[in-house]
Each structure stands twice: as C-alpha cells, then as structure tokens.
Design a protein around this ligand. Structure first.
Ligand SMILES: NC(=O)c1ccc[n+]([C@@H]2O[C@H](COP(=O)([O-])OP(=O)(O)OC[C@H]3O[C@@H](n4cnc5c(N)ncnc54)[C@H](O)[C@@H]3O)[C@@H](O)[C@H]2O)c1
Length: 237
C-alpha cells in the first residue's frame, strides 16, 4: 500500500477534545458511511487513498479531517477499519442513544417516521406529534400521534432528546420556542423559515429547494461553458 497516513498522535487526549470544523464534521459522517460499507464487505484495513475514494474526497482532505481525531492510521499499513469506525462514531456522539421526536405527521413527517435509516444509524423515533384532531391518537408505524398540547410531558416521558420539525413555516418558531423551553437543544428543521434560538441550541435546516437552486446554478454554468466552447470551435473553423 502506498498510503501516507497520519502523524502518530494516537490516544492524545488533547486531539480527541479538539473542536472539529463544521465542514469536517459533515465529511466525517461520509467517511463513516464508507467505513460501514467496507466493514460489510469484510475489509479490515484501508489506505487513506482507498477510503478517500470510497468517500468521494481527495486523500489529503481525508487525512486532515481525520487528524482532528488523533491518529488511527499507520504509514504503509493504513487504517484499521473497525477502530476508525468506532472512533468516528464516538466523536460524532453516535455511541450514545438518540431519541428523536417528529413534530408534524403530514407527508414529510410520516415518510420520516417510516424511514429505517434512522434506526440503523442509532436514532430511534421515540414520539410523533401533530395538532390536527383528526389524526391525533392514530398510529404511524406502531407509534401513537400525540397532541402538541402535551409536547413537554411526552418529550420527557419518552426521553426524546432530538426533534425533527416537519410543520408549516408559520407555526415553526412557536413550536421551536416550546421545544427550547422543554429543554431540547438539537433541532432538525424542514420548515422554510429561519428559526431564532438561544446560543446553546443547535438548529440544522434541511432545504431541498435551496439545494436544487445550487444545482441549477452549476447546471447553467456548465451549459454556458459548453456554448462558449462551441462558439470558439466555430470561430476557429
Ligand atoms: N426542506 C425540505 O426539503 C422540505 C421538503 C418537503 C417539505 N418541507 C417542509 O416541511 C414541512 C412539512 O411538509 P409536509 O409536506 O409534510 O406538509 P403537510 O401539510 O403534509 O404536513 C404538515 C403537518 O404539520 C401539522 N401541523 C400544523 N401545525 C402544527 C402544530 N402547531 N403542531 C404540530 N403539528 C402541526 C399539520 O397538521 C400536518 O399534519 C413544511 O414546512 C414544508 O414546507 C421541506
């Protein structure tokens, strides 16, 4: 193997406590997915090049990202796939139990409640809420839909410590305030609004429309440069 892995800082408590930049945290989740695939294939060791390729990044970037964890690779030998999987999982907080409450049992909330990928990655859907009397008390995937009027009580009873907001934008801030008051500090919001929260609360916003707009920009740039090169080719004839 031609791997050039990390400088040896293994077990260094300082490096394990370093704050990891958000972009690197996002990539660690991708490495974890790649590592899980390697584990499933029975691969025990992987070079940084192999791992970078599986994750779709360049190997210097992968090595830099992994350096925030300390060192788990050995020059010429590569990474112990199992150890690196455990280390990334631990650093991402995935070795503790996360219990997710979904608020909004509409199209999106129902789809998320039935998504098996949550459980396999350590996130258990613990409760579902809605405000519509016609669906409160009915079940999705074995979970009863609770009334948001009982939000705080049910959150505490079910031990939910993370919330997915799948409600219309107009009610999202009010619900968010109630969640903060109930002690929730991690919120994933699909609502198309900017949520105001105190500094100790983390909000991640998922916005597919924005992602599509970014894709549209890149697609348009690609079309423009194709047109440019066609024009240049015609002029050169
Ligand atoms: N970010 C994305 O990529 C993305 C994609 C799809 C939808 N969305 C957004 O997600 C949200 C849900 O979309 P949907 O298609 O599931 O809508 P939907 O209308 O099917 O479902 C919304 C649900 O929220 C419930 N609700 C309304 N007020 C409530 C309150 N105060 N407390 C609890 N529940 C309440 C409604 O009764 C309904 O069941 C919307 O804000 C939508 O814009 C985002």
């Amino acid at each position: 193997m031609t791997t050039q892995d990390l400088p040896s800082t293994a077990g260094n408590p300082e490096s394990s406590g370093r704050t990891i930049p958000p972009a690197s945290v996002a990539r660690l989740t991708i490495y974890l997915r790649a590592l899980n695939s390697l584990l499933a294939e029975g691969v025990e060791r992987a070079s940084s090049e192999e791992l970078a390729e599986a994750a779709g990044v360049k190997s210097p970037m992968l090595r830099k990202d992994l350096s925030y964890l300390g060192s788990y690779g050995t020059r010429g030998v590569g990474y112990d796939v199992q150890l690196l999987t455990r280390t990334i999982s631990a650093r991402l907080g995935l070795t503790q139990e996360w219990r997710v409450a979904i608020i909004g049992a509409g199209n999106l909330g129902r789809a998320l409640a039935g998504y098996s990928g949550f459980t396999t990655r350590g996130f258990e859907v613990a409760a579902i809420f809605d405000a519509d009397p016609s669906i409160i008390g009915t079940e999705i995937g074995g979970l009863k839909i609770h009334n948001t009027a009982d939000l705080e009580t049910v959150l505490h009873r079910t031990g939910a410590n993370m919330v997915v907001l799948a409600v219309p934008g107009r009610v999202a801030q009010d619900l968010c305030d109630k969640l903060v008051a109930a002690g929730i500090t991690s919120i994933l919001s699909f609502a198309p609004v900017v949520l105001q929260v105190p500094p100790h609360v983390q909000v991640r916003k998922v916005d597919m429309a924005t992602e599509l707009q970014i894709l549209a920009y890149h697609a348009q740039r690609a079309q423009e440069s194709e047109l440019d090169s066609e024009t240049r080719a015609r002029k050169a004839q």
